[in-house]
Design a protein around this ligand. Sequence first.
Ligand code: SAH
Length: 205
Amino acid sequence: MVQHLREKGIDDQRVLEAMTEVPRHLFLETMLDYMAYEDRALPIKCGQTISQPSTVAFQSALLDAQPEMKVLEVGTGSGYQTAVLCAMGLKVFTIERQKELYDITKPRLEQLHYRPKCFLGDGYKGLPEYGPFDRILVTCGAPYVPSDLIAQLKVGGVMIIPVGDEQQEMLRIEKKGETPDLLVQQRFGDCKFVPMRKRLDYGGK
Ligand code: SAH
């Protein structure tokens, strides 16, 4: 898998090492684990997906993070991306809106000896009491860039977020100062994520 990521142009050594180390098959339903090292997104509980390895690698490399930085991940899902961030030496805070996933993933990460702080909550609101963060990584498709997340980014911080409805565009937003004119945005092409949902009491997928 890691060789394939190299061929796809991922050359961030810390990301490649982390992805060599984290056993992706342990983040999947047993029935699907034989496909764990193929470069594809796979279904997990609650109609969600574990991101494709090349997407995890791409987003993790775009973060351009240094060890010990504080990172907020929105959309814990299976916990695979969370574990990769932990293996990169980051201090990870991760938030998931679906209780069923939170209840499976938090003990899974503990069992594998990863030490993120896991929260059940709304990614649109982030974690104001734990911020500000050096980096924010959104792993679901956001209809717009949530202002609460911008507020929780340090000056000099970076957010990676797929923005759009059906399809999204991967954005890298650097906060160069506290005012909106100091948000520097770069585009990194089209992508497709499960949607970032609004309400915690929403029953559907
Ligand atoms: N990083 C995950 C990707 C999971 S898919 C992995 O590697 O497996 C995206 C996740 O975002 C889903 O689990 C979904 O429930 C969650 N999500 C969607 N809207 C959210 C919101 N508003 N707040 C927090 N999590 C949300």
